[in-house]
Design a protein around this ligand. Structure first.
Ligand code: ZN
Length: 68
């Protein structure tokens, strides 16, 4: 399964019961480097996707932490 977790507040934003490379998710279209940056293997059948939740996205944008 796929777990979407906010990389700022660690909140679980969403879960997907299928495989991470399901075309629906679009993750398989990313480059290998992007996949490595975004995703962590957290178990034999579980992948964690590190994203920003709706709460943290505007905060980080304001603080310009994207530039790091
Ligand atoms: Zn967050």
């Amino acid at each position: 399964m796929v777990v979407y977790r906010c990389r700022h507040c660690q909140r679980v934003v969403g879960e997907y019961g299928g495989s991470w490379d399901d075309p629906l998710l679009g993750l398989s279209k990313l480059t290998a480097h992007e996949q490595q940056e975004l995703m962590d293997d957290t178990g034999p059948d579980q992948v964690q996707v590190n994203i920003l939740c709706e709460t943290c996205l505007p905060i980080l944008y304001t603080e310009r932490l994207w530039d790091n």
